[in-house]
Design a protein around this ligand. Structure first.
Ligand SMILES: Nc1ncnc2c1ncn2[C@@H]1O[C@H](COP(=O)(O)OP(=O)(O)OP(=O)(O)O)[C@@H](O)[C@H]1O
Length: 222
Protein backbone atom coordinates (compact mmCIF):
# COMPACT_ATOMS: atom_id res chain seq x y z
CA UNK A 1 0.00 0.00 0.00
CA UNK A 2 1.37 3.43 -0.94
CA UNK A 3 -1.05 5.42 1.17
CA UNK A 4 -3.39 4.56 4.02
CA UNK A 5 -5.65 7.12 5.65
CA UNK A 6 -7.75 6.02 8.62
CA UNK A 7 -10.64 7.98 10.06
CA UNK A 8 -9.34 11.40 9.06
CA UNK A 9 -11.33 14.23 10.62
CA UNK A 10 -10.57 17.91 10.30
CA UNK A 11 -12.16 21.02 11.71
CA UNK A 12 -11.54 24.61 10.74
CA UNK A 13 -11.99 26.40 14.06
CA UNK A 14 -12.33 29.94 12.73
CA UNK A 15 -14.44 31.94 12.25
CA UNK A 16 -16.81 29.25 13.56
CA UNK A 17 -16.25 25.53 14.05
CA UNK A 18 -16.55 23.82 10.68
CA UNK A 19 -16.21 20.04 10.43
CA UNK A 20 -14.69 19.92 6.94
CA UNK A 21 -13.54 16.26 6.72
CA UNK A 22 -15.54 13.47 8.30
CA UNK A 23 -14.21 9.95 8.93
CA UNK A 24 -12.23 9.70 5.72
CA UNK A 25 -10.84 6.21 5.04
CA UNK A 26 -8.78 5.88 1.90
CA UNK A 27 -6.20 3.35 0.72
CA UNK A 28 -4.16 3.63 -2.45
CA UNK A 29 -2.42 0.50 -3.68
CA UNK A 30 0.85 0.34 -5.59
CA UNK A 31 0.22 1.29 -9.20
CA UNK A 32 -3.36 2.41 -8.62
CA UNK A 33 -4.72 5.50 -10.42
CA UNK A 34 -7.43 7.10 -8.30
CA UNK A 35 -9.42 10.23 -9.02
CA UNK A 36 -11.28 12.35 -6.46
CA UNK A 37 -14.45 14.12 -7.52
CA UNK A 38 -17.06 16.19 -5.74
CA UNK A 39 -18.74 19.56 -5.73
CA UNK A 40 -16.81 22.73 -5.06
CA UNK A 41 -16.26 23.11 -1.33
CA UNK A 42 -16.74 19.44 -0.40
CA UNK A 43 -13.19 19.23 0.97
CA UNK A 44 -11.09 17.75 -1.86
CA UNK A 45 -8.20 20.20 -1.61
CA UNK A 46 -8.25 20.08 2.17
CA UNK A 47 -7.98 16.28 2.00
CA UNK A 48 -5.15 16.37 -0.53
CA UNK A 49 -3.28 18.81 1.67
CA UNK A 50 -3.46 16.32 4.55
CA UNK A 51 -2.64 13.25 2.43
CA UNK A 52 0.40 15.03 1.04
CA UNK A 53 1.59 15.67 4.64
CA UNK A 54 1.53 19.45 4.16
CA UNK A 55 -1.22 19.87 6.72
CA UNK A 56 -0.74 18.03 10.02
CA UNK A 57 -3.63 19.59 11.92
CA UNK A 58 -6.24 16.78 11.86
CA UNK A 59 -7.41 13.71 13.73
CA UNK A 60 -6.88 10.19 12.41
CA UNK A 61 -3.92 8.30 11.06
CA UNK A 62 -1.95 8.55 7.85
CA UNK A 63 0.69 6.14 6.55
CA UNK A 64 2.84 6.78 3.49
CA UNK A 65 4.68 3.67 2.32
CA UNK A 66 3.92 2.13 5.71
CA UNK A 67 5.47 5.04 7.62
CA UNK A 68 3.27 6.64 10.22
CA UNK A 69 3.06 10.37 9.54
CA UNK A 70 1.84 11.67 12.89
CA UNK A 71 4.56 12.66 15.30
CA UNK A 72 7.13 13.39 12.60
CA UNK A 73 9.09 16.64 12.71
CA UNK A 74 8.83 19.24 9.95
CA UNK A 75 12.19 18.19 8.52
CA UNK A 76 11.19 14.52 8.51
CA UNK A 77 7.94 15.38 6.73
CA UNK A 78 9.77 17.50 4.21
CA UNK A 79 12.06 14.55 3.45
CA UNK A 80 9.16 12.09 3.12
CA UNK A 81 7.36 14.46 0.74
CA UNK A 82 10.38 15.07 -1.40
CA UNK A 83 11.26 11.38 -1.56
CA UNK A 84 7.87 9.72 -1.96
CA UNK A 85 5.39 12.26 -3.29
CA UNK A 86 5.38 14.17 -6.56
CA UNK A 87 3.03 17.14 -6.91
CA UNK A 88 1.30 18.59 -9.91
CA UNK A 89 -0.88 21.63 -9.30
CA UNK A 90 -3.32 23.57 -11.43
CA UNK A 91 -0.65 26.23 -11.82
CA UNK A 92 2.78 24.92 -12.67
CA UNK A 93 4.89 27.04 -10.27
CA UNK A 94 7.97 26.81 -12.45
CA UNK A 95 10.80 29.28 -11.84
CA UNK A 96 10.54 31.38 -14.96
CA UNK A 97 14.16 32.58 -15.03
CA UNK A 98 15.49 29.01 -14.86
CA UNK A 99 15.73 26.63 -17.78
CA UNK A 100 13.37 23.68 -18.10
CA UNK A 101 16.21 21.33 -17.16
CA UNK A 102 17.11 23.36 -14.05
CA UNK A 103 13.47 23.39 -12.93
CA UNK A 104 13.22 19.61 -13.22
CA UNK A 105 16.51 19.12 -11.36
CA UNK A 106 15.53 21.24 -8.33
CA UNK A 107 13.74 18.64 -6.13
CA UNK A 108 16.61 16.19 -6.63
CA UNK A 109 19.17 18.83 -5.65
CA UNK A 110 17.11 19.49 -2.53
CA UNK A 111 17.08 15.78 -1.70
CA UNK A 112 20.86 15.75 -2.13
CA UNK A 113 21.33 12.03 -2.67
CA UNK A 114 22.94 12.15 -6.11
CA UNK A 115 25.69 14.05 -7.91
CA UNK A 116 24.74 16.94 -10.19
CA UNK A 117 25.77 14.85 -13.18
CA UNK A 118 23.45 12.01 -12.19
CA UNK A 119 20.62 14.44 -11.47
CA UNK A 120 21.05 16.06 -14.88
CA UNK A 121 20.95 12.65 -16.59
CA UNK A 122 17.83 11.71 -14.60
CA UNK A 123 16.16 15.00 -15.50
CA UNK A 124 16.89 14.50 -19.22
CA UNK A 125 15.42 11.00 -18.94
CA UNK A 126 12.19 12.39 -17.44
CA UNK A 127 12.03 15.03 -20.18
CA UNK A 128 12.39 12.23 -22.74
CA UNK A 129 9.54 10.25 -21.14
CA UNK A 130 7.37 13.36 -21.47
CA UNK A 131 8.58 13.99 -24.99
CA UNK A 132 9.95 17.47 -24.28
CA UNK A 133 13.72 16.89 -24.24
CA UNK A 134 13.91 19.36 -27.14
CA UNK A 135 13.09 22.28 -24.83
CA UNK A 136 15.51 21.32 -22.01
CA UNK A 137 17.56 24.49 -22.42
CA UNK A 138 14.65 26.90 -22.96
CA UNK A 139 13.82 29.28 -20.18
CA UNK A 140 10.61 28.22 -18.45
CA UNK A 141 9.11 31.60 -19.34
CA UNK A 142 9.52 30.84 -23.05
CA UNK A 143 7.43 27.70 -23.45
CA UNK A 144 3.72 27.07 -23.96
CA UNK A 145 1.17 26.31 -21.22
CA UNK A 146 0.92 22.65 -22.22
CA UNK A 147 4.71 22.34 -22.19
CA UNK A 148 4.87 23.99 -18.77
CA UNK A 149 2.53 21.40 -17.32
CA UNK A 150 4.66 18.61 -18.82
CA UNK A 151 7.73 20.18 -17.23
CA UNK A 152 5.85 20.26 -13.93
CA UNK A 153 5.14 16.54 -14.33
CA UNK A 154 8.80 15.82 -15.15
CA UNK A 155 9.76 17.75 -12.01
CA UNK A 156 7.24 15.73 -9.99
CA UNK A 157 8.86 12.53 -11.28
CA UNK A 158 12.50 13.46 -10.72
CA UNK A 159 12.92 11.70 -7.35
CA UNK A 160 11.07 8.59 -8.55
CA UNK A 161 8.19 9.10 -6.13
CA UNK A 162 5.83 6.34 -5.03
CA UNK A 163 2.80 8.50 -5.75
CA UNK A 164 1.88 11.54 -7.80
CA UNK A 165 -0.76 13.83 -6.30
CA UNK A 166 -2.51 16.44 -8.37
CA UNK A 167 -5.03 19.14 -7.51
CA UNK A 168 -6.85 19.81 -10.77
CA UNK A 169 -3.65 19.46 -12.78
CA UNK A 170 -5.51 19.94 -16.05
CA UNK A 171 -7.80 22.71 -14.75
CA UNK A 172 -5.83 25.48 -16.42
CA UNK A 173 -5.31 23.79 -19.79
CA UNK A 174 -7.32 23.76 -23.01
CA UNK A 175 -9.05 20.47 -23.79
CA UNK A 176 -6.32 19.25 -26.15
CA UNK A 177 -3.54 19.79 -23.61
CA UNK A 178 -5.71 18.48 -20.79
CA UNK A 179 -6.25 15.29 -22.78
CA UNK A 180 -2.48 15.00 -23.31
CA UNK A 181 -1.71 15.41 -19.64
CA UNK A 182 -4.24 12.75 -18.69
CA UNK A 183 -2.80 10.36 -21.28
CA UNK A 184 0.61 10.93 -19.70
CA UNK A 185 -0.76 10.09 -16.25
CA UNK A 186 -2.40 6.95 -17.59
CA UNK A 187 0.80 5.90 -19.31
CA UNK A 188 2.84 6.46 -16.13
CA UNK A 189 0.39 4.34 -14.20
CA UNK A 190 0.26 1.49 -16.73
CA UNK A 191 3.87 1.42 -17.90
CA UNK A 192 5.76 2.53 -14.80
CA UNK A 193 3.43 1.21 -12.11
CA UNK A 194 3.21 4.67 -10.55
CA UNK A 195 0.35 5.41 -8.13
CA UNK A 196 -1.64 8.57 -8.78
CA UNK A 197 -4.23 10.50 -6.80
CA UNK A 198 -5.80 13.26 -8.87
CA UNK A 199 -8.55 15.73 -7.98
CA UNK A 200 -10.55 16.54 -11.09
CA UNK A 201 -13.86 18.03 -12.14
CA UNK A 202 -13.81 16.17 -15.44
CA UNK A 203 -15.92 13.02 -15.35
CA UNK A 204 -14.66 11.78 -18.74
CA UNK A 205 -11.11 11.78 -17.40
CA UNK A 206 -12.10 10.33 -14.05
CA UNK A 207 -13.82 7.42 -15.80
CA UNK A 208 -10.48 6.43 -17.30
CA UNK A 209 -8.86 6.05 -13.87
CA UNK A 210 -8.95 2.78 -11.89
CA UNK A 211 -11.28 4.17 -9.25
CA UNK A 212 -13.34 7.30 -8.62
CA UNK A 213 -13.64 8.48 -5.04
CA UNK A 214 -16.69 10.68 -4.72
CA UNK A 215 -16.93 13.22 -1.91
CA UNK A 216 -19.93 15.09 -0.55
CA UNK A 217 -19.88 17.52 2.37
CA UNK A 218 -16.59 16.22 3.76
CA UNK A 219 -17.38 12.52 3.44
CA UNK A 220 -16.47 9.86 0.91
CA UNK A 221 -19.81 8.64 -0.38
CA UNK A 222 -18.64 6.11 -2.97
N1 LIG B 1 -8.64 28.05 6.20
C1 LIG B 1 -9.96 27.83 6.16
N2 LIG B 1 -10.77 28.25 7.17
C2 LIG B 1 -12.09 28.00 7.14
N3 LIG B 1 -12.73 27.34 6.16
C3 LIG B 1 -11.99 26.89 5.12
C4 LIG B 1 -10.57 27.10 5.06
N4 LIG B 1 -10.11 26.54 3.92
C5 LIG B 1 -11.17 26.01 3.29
N5 LIG B 1 -12.30 26.21 3.99
C6 LIG B 1 -13.65 25.75 3.64
O1 LIG B 1 -13.61 24.32 3.65
C7 LIG B 1 -14.43 23.78 2.62
C8 LIG B 1 -13.63 22.82 1.77
O2 LIG B 1 -12.68 23.53 1.02
P1 LIG B 1 -11.79 22.80 -0.10
O3 LIG B 1 -10.93 23.84 -0.73
O4 LIG B 1 -11.13 21.62 0.48
O5 LIG B 1 -12.93 22.32 -1.14
P2 LIG B 1 -12.75 21.69 -2.59
O6 LIG B 1 -13.64 20.50 -2.61
O7 LIG B 1 -11.33 21.47 -2.89
O8 LIG B 1 -13.34 22.83 -3.50
P3 LIG B 1 -12.94 23.28 -5.00
O9 LIG B 1 -13.42 22.17 -5.89
O10 LIG B 1 -13.71 24.55 -5.19
O11 LIG B 1 -11.45 23.47 -5.04
C9 LIG B 1 -14.99 24.98 1.86
O12 LIG B 1 -16.29 25.21 2.32
C10 LIG B 1 -14.08 26.12 2.23
O13 LIG B 1 -14.77 27.34 2.22
Amino acid sequence: MVLEAKKINKHFRKPVDFHVLKDIDLNIKNGEFVSIMGKSGCGKSTLLYILSTMDTDYEGELFIKGQKISGKTRDELSYIRNKHIGFVFQFHYLLSEFTVLENVMLPAKKLGEKSLKEIEADAMEKLRILDIEGIAYNKASNISGGQKQRVAIARALINNPSIIMGDEPTGNLDSHNAQNVFSIFKKLSVEQGLSLLIVTHDLDFAKKTDRIVEMLDGRIIS
